[in-house]
Write a protein that binds this ligand. Structure first.
Ligand SMILES: Cc1ncc(C[n+]2csc(CCOP(=O)(O)OP(=O)(O)O)c2C)c(N)n1
Length: 361
């Protein structure tokens, strides 16, 4: 066939990037100031410290099942650093610790959540985020609805929702993109393609050559970005935020990265991950890459690294101390924070529960 009627062609496409694997910037101008990069790197380092702490807490039986961000730090922080916490909203999945902390969610709440204390799920009133979502893709329609609502209220806030390649196979993802495209809702669908949905590899998730291109079917712009390149992720997210703020609708960002840790603390990836593939991605470690970039700018050295590590460790320790000293929840806390104004049937259930449980512990 010389002239095919069929779309599209399937030539491989490369993600947008700004840094080489060893952290050298291309010939253009950096989209982030040195101070902004340093701040972002601190969030990435803070995440590593927290991930190690949380994993060890889980091993001691003091934390529930926990999913680390390992390997995806540039992806999450690059996206979050393009947001204005005073007006933009985050609608998370469960692997976005640094984005939530930068937005104002207290680390101790995050810890309490994994300690099974409902207090952890409470979001301070000035923090623009919805709760973490474990049921895959269930948050995506909410992000579209929230963005559409913000638009109707006449403000210029933007919503970003995070999810994985696995979640993108759920109907919720497709329905949300479709509606967001029609309504020109100010929402960014931030799909972290980390290679895996637990043990299901990316190639079993879709026959499409990219996840980003799925946007086209909904009249939405899509972009594929190197998720281990902080500068590139920040740049495309910033563009998507500016576009949404200006009333020009949603964007699907596919952030191509790799989960270099386990899916969560209940997973053993050595049973299914190819060691060579893992090592290839470890060479592109996002934290080392951005440190190399700062080294090439002459502003990174061992003293600064130690200083940052110490301050991250102190910050995590202080938050853990608060979480440890928070009284255990009584079981009637189950009924709190479910409705702003609890309906009568819930008040009845709460009273019955208290009558049956004495002090309701
Ligand atoms: C609706 C639903 N189905 C199945 C699961 C079980 N489950 C939890 S995480 C996961 C894989 C998710 O992979 P992905 O969306 O790529 O995100 P990642 O964890 O890799 O960041 C599955 C299948 C779930 N939580 N929710």
């Amino acid at each position: 066939m010389s002239e095919s009627r069929f779309l599209p062609n399937f030539e491989p496409i490369a993600p947008f990037s700004r840094l080489t694997d060893s952290g050298i910037l291309d010939s253009g101008e950096s989209p982030m100031s040195d101070d902004a990069v340093l701040e972002a790197l601190r969030y990435m380092m803070l995440t590593r410290v927290f991930d190690d702490k949380a994993t060890s807490m889980q091993r001691q039986g003091r934390f529930g099942t926990f999913s680390s961000v390992r390997g995806q730090e540039a992806s999450v922080v690059g996206a979050a650093s393009a947001l204005d916490p005073t007006k933009d909203w985050i609608v998370p999945q469960y692997r976005e610790f640094p984005a939530l902390i930068r937005h104002g969610y207290p680390i101790e709440n995050f810890a309490l959540y994994f300690m099974g204390n409902p207090k952890g799920g409470t979001i301070p009133p000035n923090v623009n985020m919805l709760p973490m979502q474990i049921s895959l893709a269930a948050q995506i329609p909410q992000a579209t609805g929230l963005a559409w609502g913000l638009k109707m209220q006449g403000g210029d806030g933007v919503v970003i929702t995070f999810f994985g390649d696995g979640a993108s196979s759920e109907g919720d993802f497709h329905e949300s993109l479709n509606l967001a495209g029609i309504m020109k809702a100010p929402v960014i669908f931030f799909l972290q393609n980390n290679g895996w949905a637990i043990s299901t590899p990316r190639e079993n998730q879709t026959a499409a050559r990219s996840f980003a291109e799925r946007a086209i079917g909904y009249g939405v712009e899509g972009v594929m970005v190197d998720g281990n390149d902080l500068l590139a992720v920040h740049e495309v997210t910033k563009q998507a935020v500016a576009k949404a703020r200006a009333g020009r609708g949603p964007t699907l960002i596919e952030s191509v990265t790799y989960r270099t840790g386990a899916h969560n603390t209940a997973d053993d990836p050595t049973r299914y991950i190819d060691q060579q593939e893992l090592e290839k991605w470890q060479q592109k470690d996002p934290v080392e890459r951005i440190k190399n970039y700062l080294r090439s700018r002459g502003i990174w050295n061992e003293n600064l690294e130690q200083e940052l590590l110490d301050s991250c460790a102190a910050q995590i320790d202080a938050a853990m101390e608060i979480a440890r000293n928070t009284p255990l929840a009584t079981s009637d806390a189950l009924f709190d924070h479910v409705y702003a104004e609890p309906p009568q049937r819930m008040l009845d259930q709460k009273r019955d529960w208290a009558n049956r449980n004495g002090d309701a512990r």
